[in-house]
Design a protein around this ligand. Structure first.
Ligand code: FAD
Ligand code: NAP
Length: 884
């Protein structure tokens, strides 16, 4: 085997982990401390500083021989930061901020390492850091309320608190290529590059991998080596660093006020203040779009590029436009068209892996001594004694460089054998993927903190900002426990489950899960495939963490000699995109509808409807008039593009019997038409207070009768009729189903009731739990009822369908309810009552949704699956596929 210079715990540099601790003296076999911190990267260093400031006894254990973490280990040629150095630096020490001068926009690794060493010197950190020592195991001792750590020098340390500052990208991925240990030449890992450097001159070098590390190092290695062969499995998107002096606008912004500049970064989405677009890439001309792309490409960085348009990371079509812009840059740079095409990423959306930043990467492939091997076309069969055997060619090398990445985010944490309460190991607890609360702690592991752990923004941000936020939160938490006379803290299982759900919910409204990235754990064979970081942004995340503290440590249990404080709860339950919508609405300071007259409310709701996304195209839209119970009613028919005739769904819009029209629910009708391949006829009906109860119900039934009679003329299949409606329209659809049953026709094959009004009773819990804050409020429901029906009429089944004498023999139903809706419980009660009466019914409770989520087509990605299920129910009505 060649000179393996290290790949992970098993292959660390020999001079790093020794059996004798250096730095801080481990004076006794058993040391007891307030806090042990693992890792002396930027996280561990700042935490040590904070803990000392609190007067706590603390020690940092570090596997490397000095501070710096990432910047200590990753010494490959060309290593630099990808966030500008003035941003990628500590903010906690204003003096440091003023005195340290970065030489370049993106400082090289040696300079960043010198910076870390300078901070260690300035704050005299090394005296409490034990270098060249690895923490191997940690066991929670319940009786002593302490962690017991075993280190590679054979010692035991006990501590009240134990913090993993072990880094998201510190555990190199095990090499998973056959024959790696057979190679007789030199082997290097970018993540464990020799301190003394490597002389590649005159050598034949093979580089495996094309991630950030490879992309930074390849141009430099190519200039030195006799030949360089790049083995690429998946091409990556990379943008030019355009490195040089710190840009003037940065210097100007800093000159205006450093504290304000830093504070703005803390409250930004990615930990760097950049302009955030509120425009869709699809809403501007090609010329305008390309000009914008060029601008961020030339003058911005990875965060500006990804934020160039608001929908880059959520809309595949918008993303593809940016992808193609970058591909064209590659095509324009690389001379050989075949090589250029092979370098163009086509298998994942841009931004779903961290965008790379390079200096001359694509240009390198124009050099005569550089060759690209596309492993998708020519897979590696094995590494041999002399080089690499592809399935169709043998290549010989003097040196192989592995730039194959890391077991990211969880590798270093579960790399320590951690056992919590009741013998539960962290590996077991995380066997299906990491489960944390806020990315800070795990249930069953008291007093164990993680810095930038899975479930926090971490790697999706300028990590310096995320590190400082976590360190401050943890230090403040420990300080508060001490002040409160408490000794332990851990999250509750419900808080953890809720947070894991929220992290997944956020990821799933983005394109992030579509890439086989290390964010997804997809780069390590056998690793559970879950999205690891929190995609909600640094600013939103900081708000949540602060809120948890302000709410008396919501989701945590804290214990002390005087008892326990358990504040169980879930910090975010509303779907993230719904939350964004609510925040946007709150920012508009809109008046409440129940403070308006009916006419004003109609005008207001029409104005809101006019601003919405239009919904998908359908085959044909026909506006018409039909006879209602007391005069003509307008309707809008949506016909699918497929050849007819089609089944017909009569649809009733929402609006509390007071407002709304076929315009207000137009996007939803389009969506249901496309997805279900049925005609939707959205019928207007008379509104209150001008036409009070039972005008709306009578109109709805009359319209349904007319549509049934005229089905063939409308392009429908006679007899294939269902009803649907949202909110008050759901009320009407339920009532029409009852009236048709009682009148002996028309025959209705199914009823789709979307967050329907089913009862006039306000005593159900959802009216109090969701009384305010979720658009439809309890006062507004009172306002609707008051406009529509006198109190003595409200208990009629024609107003409150749940009060019908019998619900037997009604059409099969799907009832959709939303968690944060005052109408939630009466919808659920109606579904239950239908089922009890023997009606086939499916109740679809929508987690984290609000009353107005269902018609918000093209605004809420979290509603897509719900609408797909609604459409499936409609199809089921017509194929006698009774809902289950
Ligand atoms: P690390 O710096 O990884 O430090 C963790 C330390 O813990 C390591 O020194 C390790 O030896 C030690 N350790 C781990 N396990 C044990 C154990 N069991 N016992 C003892 N010691 C242990 N982020 C950005 O925001 N911008 C950038 O430009 C950027 N560039 C990067 C470039 C590279 C090449 C890499 C790999 C990452 C980059 N990152 C960047 C992410 C980077 O990891 C963080 O910015 C930051 O440096 C992490 O600091 P940390 O202290 O959390 O972890
Ligand atoms: P990486 O992004 O995970 O890239 C690893 C590369 O190795 C990928 O191209 C991968 O291909 C390839 N690979 C892995 N196993 C392979 C195998 N068995 N056969 C063939 N190819 C294989 O790792 P990285 O480049 O070290 O970067 C990791 C992260 O560190 C970055 O995303 C970034 O956050 C940070 N970083 C930042 C900078 C910077 O610019 N400041 C520099 C370096 C690193 P597949 O894609 O097909 O898996």
């Amino acid at each position: 085997m060649g000179t393996i210079i290290g790949a992970g715990a098993s292959m660390l540099r020999e001079d790093d982990v020794s059996t004798n601790g250096s730095g801080a003296e481990a004076t006794a076999a058993d040391v007891d401390l307030d806090v042990v911190v693992v890792g002396a990267g930027f996280a561990g260093m700042y935490l040590l500083h904070r803990l000392r400031g609190l007067g706590l006894s603390a020690r940092v254990i570090e596997a490397g021989a000095d501070v710096g973490g990432t910047w200590y280990w990753n010494r490959y040629p060309g290593a630099r930061c990808d966030i500008q150095s003035v941003d990628y630096s500590y903010s906690f020490d204003p003096e440091l901020d003023e005195t340290w001068k970065w030489t370049e926009k993106y400082a090289p690794q040696p300079e960043i390492l010198r910076y870390a060493q300078h901070v260690a010197d300035k704050h005299d950190l090394r005296r409490d850091i034990q270098f060249s020592t690895r923490v191997e195991s940690a066991v929670w001792d319940e009786s002593a309320s302490r962690w017991q750590l075993r280190t590679s020098d054979g010692r035991t340390i006990t501590s009240r608190f134990y913090v993993m500052a072990t880094g998201c990208l510190s555990m190199p991925k095990e090499v998973d290529i056959a024959g790696t240990d057979r190679f007789a030449g030199e082997v290097y890992f970018t993540s464990r590059w020799p301190h003394e450097g490597v002389d590649l001159s005159g050598k034949r070098v093979g580089v495996i991998g094309t991630g950030s590390s490879a992309i930074q190092s390849i141009p430099i290695m190519a200039a030195e080596a006799a030949q360089l062969t790049v083995f690429q499995r998946t091409p990556n998107f990379s943008m030019p660093a355009n490195n040089g002096p710190i840009p003037q606008e940065k210097l100007d912004a800093l000159a205006k006020g450093r504290p304000q500049y830093r504070e703005a970064a803390r409250w930004s989405g990615a930990g760097v203040t950049v302009e955030i677009s509120t425009t869709s890439a699809l809403a501007v001309s090609e010329e305008e779009r390309l000009a914008k792309y060029e601008d961020v490409w030339e003058h911005g960085g990875i965060i500006q590029v990804i934020n160039s348009y608001m929908d880059n990371l959520v809309n595949p079509a918008a993303n593809e436009l940016l992808c193609e812009f970058v591909r064209n840059k590659i095509r324009a740079t690389v001379n050989d068209p075949e090589t250029a095409e092979a370098l163009c990423p086509k298998t994942f959306p841009i931004g779903t892996k961290r965008l790379c930043v390079d200096t001359g990467y694509y240009e390198t492939f124009n050099r005569p001594n550089v060759r690209l091997v596309d492993l998708r076309e020519h897979p590696i069969a094995s590494i041999t004694e002399t080089g690499v055997d592809l399935v169709d060619e043998s290549l010989e090398f003097d040196v192989i460089v592995f730039a194959t990445g890391f077991d990211a985010m969880t590798g270093a944490i579960v790399g320590v054998d951690i056992t919590g309460r009741d013998g539960l190991t962290l590996k077991q607890a995380w066997s299906e993927g990491p489960k944390t609360y806020l990315g800070l702690m795990a249930a069953g592991f008291p007093n164990l903190f993680m810095i930038t752990g899975p479930g926090s923004p971490s790697v999706l941000s300028n990590m310096m900002v995320s590190i400082e936020q976590h360190v401050d939160w943890i230090a403040d938490c420990i300080d508060q426990l001490r002040a409160d006379g408490l000794s332990t803290i851990e999250p509750t299982p419900a808080a953890v489950d809720g947070w894991v759900q929220h992290v997944n919910d956020y990821a799933s409204i983005t394109l992030m899960p579509q890439a086989n990235s290390w964010y997804m754990g997809a780069n390590v064979p056998g690793k559970p495939r879950v999205f690891l970081p929190y995609a909600g942004g640094v600013d939103r995340y900081r708000t949540i963490c602060n809120e948890v503290v302000a709410d008396d440590y919501l989701g945590f249990e804290r214990r002390g000699p005087d008892g326990q404080r358990r504040n169980d709860g879930v910090v975010r339950r509303v779907q993230p995109d719904v939350q964004l919508m609510l925040e946007a609405m709150a920012g508009m300071n809109l008046p409440t509808m129940d403070s308006m007259s009916a006419a004003e409310a109609r005008e207001f709701s029409n104005a809101i409807a006019a601003q919405r996304a239009p919904g998908p195209d359908v085959g044909e839209i026909v506006d018409g008039v039909l006879p209602g119970a007391a005069g003509d009613l307008t309707y809008r028919l949506y016909r699918p593009a497929s050849p007819g005739p089609h089944p017909i769904v009569v649809y009733f819009h929402g609006g509390g019997w007071v407002l709304g029209s076929h315009d207000s629910d137009d996007p939803l009708c389009r969506d249901l038409c496309v997805r279900s391949d049925a005609i939707l006829v959205s019928v207007d009906y008379r509104h209150a207070p001008e036409a009070r109860f039972p005008a709306a119900a009578d109109d709805a039934f009359a319209a349904t009768q007319w549509i049934a009679e005229n089905a063939a003329a409308l392009g429908g299949i006679p007899g294939d009729l269902a009803v649907a409606g949202w909110s008050a329209g759901g009320n009407l659809a339920a009532i029409v189903s009852q009236l048709a049953r009682d009148a002996g026709g028309p025959r209705i094959l199914g009823q789709l009731l979307l967050t329907p009004v089913t009862d006039c009773d306000f005593s159900r819990a959802s009216y109090t739990e969701n009384a305010d804050g979720y658009v439809l409020t309890t006062p507004l429901m009172h306002w609707f009822w008051n406009h529509y029906a006198d109190p003595e009429d409200r208990t009629s089944p024609k107003a409150s369908p749940i009060r019908a004498e019998s619900l037997a023999d009604l059409p099969p139903a799907m009832v959709v309810t939303c968690e944060f809706d005052p109408l939630r419980d009466e919808g659920a009660a109606y579904a239950e009552a239908l089922a009890a009466a023997g009606v086939p019914v499916r109740h679809l409770p929508c987690r984290g949704q609000i009353h107005t989520s269902l018609p918000a087509v093209d605004m809420l990605l979290s509603g897509v699956q719900i609408r797909a299920e609604m459409a499936a129910a409609i199809r089921g009505f017509f194929t006698a596929n009774v809902p289950a």
